[in-house]
Design a protein around this ligand. Structure first.
Ligand code: ATP
Ligand code: LTN
Length: 333
């Protein structure tokens, strides 16, 4: 009999166009995991609402995020790709788990501390309980593994705490998920402030390259990337963060290692190097952009994928939700 594959779960916020940081750091790895795991990938639109959104932009970003994932290689025949808001069990389980989560533990989350600073006096309750919704996402599918970046490790730890607390209070209900540690995960930094991670919500559009940027824009953004006053292409995150970041990006786009890159640009200036990085990234993104343009017009195909995945995820999620409702004592007829 074929061995049952482990369940792998991850989500991404439709809070803007995906950057090459999202691509090299997360999406590209997801594509490679599809054969080995039973994968669920979720466009977490409810999470995006924890910070202010313009409705028409959120709608557009959600649709485009979904088709970008398809264009980048998420295969609906292998993986389950869906929208969080299409499965009401996420919001329901999040409420129930809110009743088993503590103010102290949520207040300690670094992402909450950082993001709440930007919301002034009226900090949204949703931003505060964001990690509980994330716990619900993961636990609904009895997920074994969650690939997450450094910034999300704390949220996964909290998910494990909440799940164990619930299991101990009642009886085993949730699988306790493990972080998925892949090979070396790329961490792409801002092109303008290489000490900061590249982020799709950065105010400075020159700080990031999105998967939608046209070739000439990509090349221009790399030409403007911050480097240093030296001229040598050498990997040294501490002394040369800008150049090292460009080397990391070039390595992700071409598969070359740092030693080869240093050799390739020996005796050449930063100008040539930046042009090469821009061209390599544009070449990597070209097929994704082509597929994106085709998918954007194929509304019937997208509708079919969404309908299939929504039916499947609702079934799986309601199974767990039903168990939770019974265990906590909600009345049923
Ligand atoms: P936002 O700017 O809205 O906070 P973001 O661009 O930081 O978003 P997320 O939606 O929080 O991205 O992250 C989605 C996934 O992409 C996560 O797995 C995260 O670890 C990964 N990721 C995000 N930015 C980078 C980056 N610069 N380098 C590598 N991986 C990244
Ligand atoms: N918080 C994550 C997105 C996210 C997620 C999830 C990731 C929401 N639910 C479940 C893994 C599993 C982020 O901002 N990157």
């Amino acid at each position: 009999m074929e061995e049952k594959k482990k369940i792998l779960y991850s989500g991404i916020q439709p809070s803007g166009s995906f950057t090459i940081g999202n691509y090299f750091g997360a999406i590209k790895n997801w594509v490679n995991l599809q054969d080995d795991y039973d994968c669920y990938f979720c466009v977490v639109d409810l999470h995006a609402l924890t910070v202010p959104q313009v409705p028409k932009d959120l709608r557009k970003n959600s649709f485009e995020s979904f088709i970008t994932l398809l264009a980048a290689g998420i295969d609906p025949e292998k993986s389950t790709l869906y929208f969080q808001s299409h499965v009401s069990a996420h919001a329901e389980l999040a409420w129930l788990l809110n009743c088993y989560s503590y103010m102290g533990e949520l207040g300690r989350m670094t992402q909450f501390k950082d993001k709440s600073k930007k919301q002034g006096e009226n900090i949204r309750v949703g931003l505060y309980s964001y990690p509980v919704l994330m716990a619900a996402d993961i636990l609904l599918y009895q997920s074994d593994l969650v690939p997450v970046g450094e910034d999300q490790k704390q949220h996964l730890e909290l998910t494990r705490d909440i799940a164990s607390r619930f299991n101990n209070l009642y009886s085993p209900t949730f699988k306790i998920p493990e972080p998925y540690i892949g090979k070396k995960g790329a961490r792409i930094m801002s092109l303008q402030e290489p000490e900061k991670k590249m982020s799709k919500s950065d105010e400075n559009i020159n700080a990031f390259v999105t998967l939608q940027d046209p070739r000439d824009v990509i090349i221009k953004k790399f030409k403007r990337a911050i480097t240093d006053s030296d001229t040598q292409v050498r990997f040294d995150r501490k002394e040369k963060p800008g150049v090292s970041n460009l080397m990391e990006i070039y390595s992700c786009a071409t598969g070359k290692d740092f030693k080869d890159i240093e050799k390739e640009f020996e005796g050449k200036g930063y100008g040539d190097f930046k042009t090469a990085v821009g061209e390599a990234v544009a070449d990597t993104l070209a097929p994704i952009q082509k597929r994106f343009a085709e998918l954007k017009e194929d509304k019937a195909y997208i509708k079919e994928i969404v309908e299939n995945s929504t039916a499947k995820t609702n079934r799986a999620a309601n199974r767990t939700l039903g168990k939770v409702k019974r265990k906590v004592g909600l009345f049923e007829v």
